[in-house]
Design a protein around this ligand. Structure first.
Ligand code: NI
Length: 185
Protein backbone atom coordinates (compact mmCIF):
# COMPACT_ATOMS: atom_id res chain seq x y z
CA UNK A 1 0.00 0.00 0.00
CA UNK A 2 1.33 3.39 -0.96
CA UNK A 3 -0.23 6.69 -0.09
CA UNK A 4 0.22 9.47 -2.61
CA UNK A 5 0.43 13.16 -1.69
CA UNK A 6 -2.81 14.97 -2.58
CA UNK A 7 -2.13 18.26 -4.31
CA UNK A 8 -4.01 21.36 -3.22
CA UNK A 9 -5.67 24.28 -4.95
CA UNK A 10 -2.97 26.41 -6.53
CA UNK A 11 -1.10 23.46 -8.02
CA UNK A 12 -1.43 24.03 -11.79
CA UNK A 13 -2.22 20.34 -12.38
CA UNK A 14 -5.68 20.98 -10.87
CA UNK A 15 -6.32 23.57 -13.57
CA UNK A 16 -5.06 21.50 -16.50
CA UNK A 17 -7.20 19.36 -18.79
CA UNK A 18 -6.15 15.72 -18.33
CA UNK A 19 -5.06 13.48 -21.21
CA UNK A 20 -6.75 10.17 -22.04
CA UNK A 21 -4.99 7.11 -20.68
CA UNK A 22 -3.51 5.43 -23.78
CA UNK A 23 -5.13 2.06 -24.54
CA UNK A 24 -1.83 0.23 -24.50
CA UNK A 25 -0.81 1.68 -21.13
CA UNK A 26 -3.92 0.91 -19.10
CA UNK A 27 -2.86 -2.68 -18.41
CA UNK A 28 0.71 -1.69 -17.56
CA UNK A 29 2.07 -2.23 -14.07
CA UNK A 30 2.59 1.48 -13.72
CA UNK A 31 -1.04 2.44 -14.36
CA UNK A 32 -2.48 -0.51 -12.42
CA UNK A 33 -0.30 0.43 -9.46
CA UNK A 34 -1.38 4.06 -9.74
CA UNK A 35 -5.01 2.92 -9.55
CA UNK A 36 -4.29 0.82 -6.43
CA UNK A 37 -2.42 3.70 -4.82
CA UNK A 38 -5.26 6.13 -5.62
CA UNK A 39 -7.74 3.78 -3.94
CA UNK A 40 -5.51 3.52 -0.85
CA UNK A 41 -5.03 7.29 -0.80
CA UNK A 42 -8.76 8.00 -1.11
CA UNK A 43 -9.57 5.58 1.72
CA UNK A 44 -6.82 6.92 3.97
CA UNK A 45 -8.11 10.45 3.44
CA UNK A 46 -11.67 9.29 4.24
CA UNK A 47 -12.75 10.59 0.84
CA UNK A 48 -15.48 9.31 -1.46
CA UNK A 49 -13.65 10.05 -4.71
CA UNK A 50 -10.21 10.90 -6.04
CA UNK A 51 -9.14 11.98 -9.52
CA UNK A 52 -5.65 11.42 -10.96
CA UNK A 53 -4.87 15.17 -11.21
CA UNK A 54 -5.34 15.32 -7.43
CA UNK A 55 -2.26 13.13 -7.08
CA UNK A 56 -0.39 15.13 -9.70
CA UNK A 57 -1.11 12.86 -12.67
CA UNK A 58 -2.82 14.58 -15.61
CA UNK A 59 -4.71 11.54 -16.86
CA UNK A 60 -8.41 10.95 -17.35
CA UNK A 61 -8.83 8.56 -14.48
CA UNK A 62 -10.74 8.63 -11.20
CA UNK A 63 -11.87 6.28 -8.46
CA UNK A 64 -14.80 6.52 -6.10
CA UNK A 65 -16.38 4.60 -3.27
CA UNK A 66 -18.72 5.50 -0.46
CA UNK A 67 -18.99 3.69 2.82
CA UNK A 68 -21.23 5.80 5.03
CA UNK A 69 -21.31 4.72 8.68
CA UNK A 70 -24.79 3.95 9.87
CA UNK A 71 -26.27 4.26 6.38
CA UNK A 72 -25.59 1.04 4.46
CA UNK A 73 -28.19 2.05 1.85
CA UNK A 74 -25.81 4.83 0.78
CA UNK A 75 -22.93 2.46 0.10
CA UNK A 76 -21.41 2.86 -3.34
CA UNK A 77 -19.05 0.08 -4.38
CA UNK A 78 -15.51 0.89 -5.46
CA UNK A 79 -15.55 2.04 -9.07
CA UNK A 80 -12.57 2.79 -11.32
CA UNK A 81 -13.30 5.14 -14.22
CA UNK A 82 -10.93 5.60 -17.18
CA UNK A 83 -11.38 8.01 -20.10
CA UNK A 84 -14.97 8.90 -19.21
CA UNK A 85 -17.73 10.75 -20.98
CA UNK A 86 -20.37 12.20 -18.67
CA UNK A 87 -23.67 13.61 -19.89
CA UNK A 88 -26.56 14.95 -17.79
CA UNK A 89 -29.88 13.17 -17.82
CA UNK A 90 -32.42 15.98 -17.80
CA UNK A 91 -32.01 19.71 -17.24
CA UNK A 92 -32.77 20.47 -13.60
CA UNK A 93 -30.01 20.62 -11.01
CA UNK A 94 -30.16 20.17 -7.26
CA UNK A 95 -27.98 21.90 -4.66
CA UNK A 96 -26.13 19.91 -2.03
CA UNK A 97 -22.99 20.23 0.06
CA UNK A 98 -19.61 19.28 -1.32
CA UNK A 99 -16.05 19.26 -0.16
CA UNK A 100 -12.83 18.48 -1.98
CA UNK A 101 -9.68 16.75 -0.75
CA UNK A 102 -7.68 19.34 -2.71
CA UNK A 103 -9.48 22.23 -0.99
CA UNK A 104 -9.26 20.91 2.55
CA UNK A 105 -11.68 21.92 5.22
CA UNK A 106 -14.16 23.89 3.08
CA UNK A 107 -17.75 23.05 2.26
CA UNK A 108 -20.12 24.75 -0.16
CA UNK A 109 -23.47 24.27 -1.86
CA UNK A 110 -23.01 23.04 -5.42
CA UNK A 111 -25.68 22.49 -8.09
CA UNK A 112 -25.43 19.13 -9.86
CA UNK A 113 -27.63 17.03 -12.10
CA UNK A 114 -29.41 14.32 -10.09
CA UNK A 115 -28.60 11.74 -12.76
CA UNK A 116 -25.87 11.43 -15.39
CA UNK A 117 -24.93 8.92 -18.02
CA UNK A 118 -21.38 7.65 -17.46
CA UNK A 119 -19.52 5.98 -20.31
CA UNK A 120 -15.96 4.90 -19.62
CA UNK A 121 -13.50 2.05 -19.42
CA UNK A 122 -12.96 0.02 -16.29
CA UNK A 123 -9.46 -0.79 -15.06
CA UNK A 124 -9.51 -3.94 -17.19
CA UNK A 125 -10.11 -1.84 -20.32
CA UNK A 126 -13.69 -3.01 -20.75
CA UNK A 127 -16.17 -0.29 -21.66
CA UNK A 128 -19.22 0.31 -19.51
CA UNK A 129 -22.22 2.57 -19.96
CA UNK A 130 -24.60 3.29 -17.13
CA UNK A 131 -26.82 5.94 -15.63
CA UNK A 132 -25.89 6.88 -12.06
CA UNK A 133 -28.08 8.86 -9.70
CA UNK A 134 -28.12 10.83 -6.49
CA UNK A 135 -24.95 10.94 -4.42
CA UNK A 136 -23.12 8.77 -6.96
CA UNK A 137 -24.08 11.19 -9.77
CA UNK A 138 -22.75 14.07 -7.65
CA UNK A 139 -19.43 12.30 -7.07
CA UNK A 140 -19.07 11.45 -10.76
CA UNK A 141 -19.68 15.07 -11.80
CA UNK A 142 -17.21 16.35 -9.18
CA UNK A 143 -14.49 13.92 -10.32
CA UNK A 144 -15.18 14.48 -14.01
CA UNK A 145 -14.73 18.19 -13.40
CA UNK A 146 -11.26 17.47 -11.96
CA UNK A 147 -10.31 15.95 -15.33
CA UNK A 148 -11.21 19.25 -16.97
CA UNK A 149 -9.41 21.56 -14.57
CA UNK A 150 -12.63 22.53 -12.77
CA UNK A 151 -13.16 22.51 -8.99
CA UNK A 152 -16.41 22.74 -7.02
CA UNK A 153 -15.86 26.41 -6.20
CA UNK A 154 -16.25 27.15 -9.93
CA UNK A 155 -19.67 25.47 -9.90
CA UNK A 156 -21.11 27.32 -6.92
CA UNK A 157 -23.89 29.74 -7.87
CA UNK A 158 -22.59 32.13 -5.25
CA UNK A 159 -20.02 31.90 -2.50
CA UNK A 160 -22.29 32.75 0.42
CA UNK A 161 -22.60 29.15 1.53
CA UNK A 162 -18.82 28.61 1.58
CA UNK A 163 -17.70 27.67 5.08
CA UNK A 164 -14.98 25.96 7.02
CA UNK A 165 -15.96 22.47 8.12
CA UNK A 166 -16.20 23.24 11.83
CA UNK A 167 -18.36 26.31 11.26
CA UNK A 168 -20.39 24.43 8.68
CA UNK A 169 -21.17 21.73 11.26
CA UNK A 170 -22.03 24.33 13.86
CA UNK A 171 -24.10 26.80 11.85
CA UNK A 172 -25.02 25.55 8.41
CA UNK A 173 -25.55 21.82 8.44
CA UNK A 174 -29.29 21.34 8.27
CA UNK A 175 -30.98 18.92 10.61
CA UNK A 176 -32.04 16.82 7.67
CA UNK A 177 -28.69 16.86 5.86
CA UNK A 178 -27.70 13.28 5.26
CA UNK A 179 -24.33 11.83 6.28
CA UNK A 180 -23.08 12.29 2.72
CA UNK A 181 -23.04 16.07 3.17
CA UNK A 182 -19.89 15.88 5.29
CA UNK A 183 -17.86 13.94 2.71
CA UNK A 184 -15.02 15.21 0.56
CA UNK A 185 -13.81 13.94 -2.79
NI1 NI B 1 -12.32 17.17 -5.41
Amino acid sequence: MALLPIVRLGDPVLRTGAQPVPDDELSSRKVQRLIDDMVDTMRAADGVGLAAPQVGVSWQLFVYEAVVEGAPELTIPLTVVVNPMVEPEGHETVDDWEGCLSIPDLRGLVPRYPAVRLRALGRDGRPFDRVVEGFEARIVQHEFDHLNGVVFLDRMRDLHSLAFYEEWERYLREEDAGPTAAKAE
